[in-house]
Design a protein around this ligand. Structure first.
Ligand SMILES: CC(=O)SCCNC(=O)CCNC(=O)[C@H](O)C(C)(C)COP(=O)(O)OP(=O)(O)OC[C@H]1O[C@@H](n2cnc3c(N)ncnc32)[C@H](O)[C@@H]1OP(=O)(O)O
Ligand SMILES: N[C@@H](CCO)C(=O)O
Length: 342
C-alpha cells in the first residue's frame, strides 16, 4: 500500500507567523467508513514513525487486533517535518529552489495538529470516534482535542504530557548537540548528520528504556569482559538502525516541535486548556517511564474532565507505549465496554 498525498492550503500559516508554501501531508487509511460514519479511529504517531500504523503498532492495529480494519476506518497521517512523505526539511524550498535542511521553519505541535485538521476536513470526516497517540503523538492528540473539542468522541493518550518538561527538552538538546557537531550536518549535505544522528539515537534510547530494561536485556553473560560490552553494542546497533531509516534534519525539526508543546500557551493555563476537552478520555501511564513519568500523567488526570486513568506495569520504559499492546488492549476493552461493541 502506498501513501496518499493531501496538498495543504498554500501558504500554510505556522504558529510562529512563518509560512510554509506548497506543503503536503502523506497519509494512509484502512478499512471502510460505515454507513453511520461513526467508526473512524485516527492515529497520531510518535517521533520517528510514519503513516503505516499497521507496521509500527502491531498487536494493536491489524487483523485480529483491537483496532481491526474489518471494524474500523483507520486513518494515520505523517507529521509535517518528518521524512516519511509529508513536507519536511529535505524538501525543496520554493523560495530558493534548494532543500531547506537546517533552514526549515519551526513547527510547533499546534502546527502538526493544524495540518492534520486540514486533512480531516478535506476527507469530510465530521466525527472521529477515537483519536489515539503516545509520546509526541499524545502531545498532538491532546493539542488537537483542545483545539477541536466537538470533533472527537473518544481520546486515548499514552505516556505523554501537557507541556514538554525541562528534562525532556534537555534530552532533546543533548541529541541536537550531537547532530550539530557533525561536520556533514553543518555543511548541509544531503545525508548530513548521520554520525550525529547515530549518537543522538543512542542518547534517546537511555530515556526510552531505563535501568531495569538495560539490566535485564544488556548485562554481559560473563564476568571477564574488559571491552566490547553487550550494552555498548546495543547502543551502536540502535543508532545504526535509525540512521538507516531517518534523517538528522527531520530529527532536529521534530525534537524542536516536541519542545514547543505547551497546552497552556495563550490559553490562561494548562488546567484551563485541559478542562475544554469534551472527548471521553482514556489516559495510560507507564510505570517505568523516565521520560514522561507518572507524575506527568497524574497532572493530566487531575485536569481532563471525566478521565479514565490507569498505569501500565511495564519494564520497557517509555517505549512501553509501543510494546505493551496486550496491556493497552486490556484497558481499551474496559474503556469501551459501555459505548462500543465491535
Ligand atoms: C520503515 C520503518 O521501519 S517504519 C518505522 C519503525 N519504527 C517506528 O515506527 C518507531 C517506533 N518504533 C520503535 O521505536 C521501536 O521499533 C520499538 C520501540 C517499538 C522497538 O524497538 P526495537 O529496537 O525493536 O527493540 P529492542 O530495544 O528490544 O531492540 C531489539 C533489536 O536490537 C538488537 N539487539 C539487542 N541487543 C543487542 C546488542 N547487545 N547488540 C546489538 N544488537 C542488539 C536485536 O537483535 C533487535 O534487532 P532487530 O531490530 O534488527 O530485530
Ligand atoms: N521510540 C519512539 C520515540 C519515543 O516516543 C520513536 O522512535 O518514534
Amino acid at each position: 500500500m502506498k501513501d496518499q498525498l493531501f496538498e495543504l492550503p498554500s501558504p500554510f500559516l505556522l504558529e510562529s507567523g512563518e509560512e510554509l508554501p506548497g506543503a503536503h501531508v502523506a497519509f494512509r487509511t484502512w478499512g471502510r467508513l460505515n454507513e453511520a460514519r461513526d467508526n473512524v479511529v485516527w492515529v497520531c504517531h510518535a517521533l520517528t514513525a510514519n503513516a503505516d500504523v499497521l507496521a509500527w503498532w502491531p498487536g494493536l492495529f491489524g487483523p485480529g487486533c483491537f483496532f481491526d480494519p474489518a471494524d474500523w476506518f483507520i486513518v494515520c497521517a505523517n507529521v509535517l517535518g518528518s521524512c516519511y512523505g509529508s513536507t519536511g526539511p529535505t524538501d525543496t524550498n520554493p523560495a530558493t529552489g534548494r532543500p531547506y535542511y537546517q533552514a526549515f521553519p519551526l513547527l510547533t505541535i499546534r502546527d502538526l495538529a493544524a495540518a492534520h485538521e486540514a486533512l480531516r476536513q478535506d476527507l469530510g470526516l465530521t466525527r472521529i470516534h477515537t483519536l489515539i497517540g503516545g509520546s509526541l503523538g499524545g502531545q498532538q492528540a491532546l493539542e488537537w482535542a483542545v483545539q477541536q473539542p466537538e470533533v472527537f468522541e473518544h481520546l486515548v493518550v499514552i505516556a505523554t504530557n501537557a507541556r514538554h518538561s525541562a528534562w525532556g527538552i534537555a534530552f532533546n538538546e543533548a541529541q541536537r548537540l550531537a547532530i550539530a557537531a557533525d561536520p556533514s550536518y553543518q555543511a548541509g549535505q544531503p545525508d548530513g548528520g548521520d554520525e550525529g544522528l547515530r549518537a543522538a539515537r543512542a542518547v534517546a534510547l537511555l530515556s526510552y528504556r531505563g535501568y531495569e530494561a538495560y539490566a535485564s536485556s544488556q548485562t554481559d553473560p560473563d564476568d571477564s569482559r574488559l571491552l566490547g560490552h553487550r550494552a555498548s553494542s546495543y547502543q551502536r546497533y540502535q543508532g545504526d538502525k535509525l540512521v538507516a531509516r531517518f534523517n538528522a534534519y527531520s530529527y532536529v525539526a521534530l525534537s524542536h516541535s516536541m519542545d514547543s508543546h505547551h497546552l497552556g500557551r495563550g490559553r490562561g493555563d494548562i488546567a484551563t486548556a485541559l478542562s475544554g476537552i469534551r472527548a471521553r478520555t482514556l489516559l495510560l501511564g507507564i510505570t517505568s517511564d523516565v521520560l514522561f513519568p507518572l507524575s506527568e500523567q497524574q497532572e493530566l488526570a487531575r485536569h481532563i474532565p471525566g478521565v479514565m486513568y490507569a498505569e501500565l506495569d511495564s519494564r520497557y520504559g517509555h517505549d512501553g507505549f509501543l510494546l505493551e499492546t496486550a496491556g493497552i488492549t486490556h484497558f481499551l476493552e474496559l474503556f469501551y465496554v459501555p459505548t462500543f461493541a465491535h
